[in-house]
Design a protein around this ligand. Structure first.
Ligand code: KIV
Ligand code: ZN
Length: 512
């Protein structure tokens, strides 16, 4: 029997460090539940000391998740560890993940600490974390650029202090697969107590090597991989969970560990959920979860697949959940069917009023669109939480005029801090005109950096899911909106982003 590879998902923590990918507490709980349905082993829910909101999110995930271990990140500081311990109190199974940088450049320039002091602080942090849980992970940040002898010294000391997992991060995505695999092999060989801890890896994708580096490490004996859905994460992102899982399961001939404990049919629904919540769309040619991942264009390929699918397919689309997006509900579906399907998707309503409000939205959607798919339901729930978030600016009405040979025009009414205001503007197209009218009322001065429209399902009656990214004083903020009318979806997305721009931020970054 091969050993299980531990899948540690950090979408809610490192994934959220993607500029603009911040998620609300309820969105994090929805994603955590989707990960639990996939039977992911460990869910890193956030960095509790970062802000009150982060603390509450980790706490909510810890309280909601029963089967996966819930993990909180903490720098090697007493206050971080205590906060993480507090946030994780309600978890069935809790892990504290503490870290400190070990590369010469980070120790000298960022921490301004001598190596001996770094070892001492790491040991102290692990011992303190052990007072809250016997499941403690330690990471030497920037291990990919650390000196081997020093890394061995730190790892031996933290394992002695009680770390049960040691995670080797390639924080800046600098390594190549043969180097990184070699590093893991050497560490496992040279650290005298390496058999007392699980070796884990955490690779960033700056050179596009995150998945390859992680798999090279697994081939050398790493037994935990840290990854994110859709490869979300700081800068170019982390190793993509779907790629790690499907590589290990498809090439079971080369790996002596398995991921058979995971429900791989949850991969695509989970990818869609993360993309709908964060507004980070998945490129069509993305492995496993991209729209074209299983589409054969060439006639020769199609012919081959029809004769025998193995001619050109190494995995089956249905095994990763591509068929899961079936039509589930329609115009005549009742409240019970609606509630039950959402429960199956991990969405529970806090009250009957919430259920009723969502059901009204569902009926409105079903009037415009006859077949309602799981992705439509997820978008509906996302939409409701986005609207609840829009505290300062709300859309009251929008009318656009678009005609051949005429300049498009928009008339918009907003409620800003409780007062209704109306403006008109013209633009290059109806969306441009609507955005100009909205900005003329809000006067945010924020610069539009990205505008993208995606159809949630297929067909011309599909809902358009719009992502808007704005920049204000170096801060990047994303927002979303969905509607069967893409001009309205665009206005909703713009307004949601403006609300996020206007909201106060008090958040620390873990790695600064
Ligand atoms: O990339 C990194 O080094 C991290 C650590 C906190 C593990 O995210
Ligand atoms: Zn990271």
């Amino acid at each position: 029997m091969s050993k299980q590879l531990i899948i540690f998902d950090t979408t809610l923590r490192d994934g959220e460090q993607s500029p603009g990918a911040s998620m609300t507490r309820d969105e994090k709980v929805r994603i955590a539940k989707a990960l639990e349905r996939m039977r992911v082993d460990v869910i890193e829910a956030g960095f509790p000391v970062a802000s009150e909101g982060d603390f509450e999110s980790v706490k909510a995930v810890a309280d909601a998740i029963k089967d996966s271990t819930v993990c909180g990140l903490a720098r090697a500081l007493d206050k971080d560890i205590d906060r993480a311990g507090e946030a994780l109190k309600g978890a069935n199974s809790a892990r504290i993940h503490t870290f400190i940088a070990t590369s010469p450049i980070h120790m000298k320039m960022k921490l301004r600490m001598e190596p001996d002091a770094v070892v001492e602080q790491a040991v102290r942090a692990v011992k303190r974390a052990r007072q809250f849980t016997d499941n403690v992970e330690f990471s030497p940040e920037d291990a990919g650029r650390s000196e081997l002898d020093f890394l061995c010294r730190v790892l031996e000391a933290v394992i002695d202090a009680g770390a049960t997992t040691v995670n080797i991060p390639d924080t800046v995505g600098y390594n190549l697969p043969h180097q990184f695999g070699g590093l893991i092999g050497r560490l496992m060989e040279r650290v005298p107590n390496s058999d007392k801890a699980v070796f884990s890896v955490h690779c960033h994708n700056d050179l596009g090597m995150a998945v390859a580096n992680s798999l090279a490490a697994v081939a050398q004996g790493a037994r935990q991989v840290e990854c994110t859905i859709n490869g979300l994460g700081e800068r170019a992102g982390n190793a993509a969970l779907e790629e790690i899982v499907m590589a290990v399961s498809t090439r079971r001939d080369v790996f002596d560990c398995s991921v058979d404990h995971l429900d791989r049919t949850q991969i695509v629904p989970c990818s869609r959920l993360v993309s709908s919540i964060t507004g980070f769309t998945v490129q069509p040619n993305k492995a496993i979860v991209g729209a074209n991942a299983f589409a054969h264009e060439s006639g020769i390929h199609q012919d081959g697949v029809l004769k025998s699918r193995e001619t050109y397919e190494i995995m089956r689309a249905e095994d990763v959940g591509w068929s899961a997006n079936r039509m589930v509900l329609g115009k005549h579906s009742g409240r019970n069917a609606f509630r039950t399907r959402l429960q199956e998707l991990g969405v529970n309503f806090a009250s009957e009023e919430e259920l009723n409000a969502a059901f009204v939205r569902f009926k409105e959607l079903a009037d415009k669109k006859h077949e309602i798919f799981d992705d439509d339901l997820q978008a509906l729930v996302t939409e409701a939480s986005l609207e609840a978030e829009n505290e300062r600016v709300k859309l009251v009405a929008l009318k656009v005029c678009s005609e051949t040979g005429e300049t498009p025009n928009a008339l918009v009414t907003l409620k800003i801090d409780g007062a209704e205001k109306t403006a008109t503007a013209s633009g290059g197209g109806p969306v441009d005109a609507a955005f100009k009218a909205i900005e003329s009322l809000v006067n945010s001065g924020a610069e539009l950096q990205l505008y993208s429209v995606n159809n949630i399902t297929s067909g011309t009656d599909s809902q358009g899911e719009v992502t808007v990214r704005l920049e204000q004083d170096g801060r990047i903020v994303n927002g979303q909106g969905a509607d069967t009318d893409i001009v309205i979806a665009s206005a909703k997305a713009y307004i949601n982003t403006l609300n996020r721009v206007l909201a106060p931020v008090d958040r620390q970054h873990p790695q600064v």
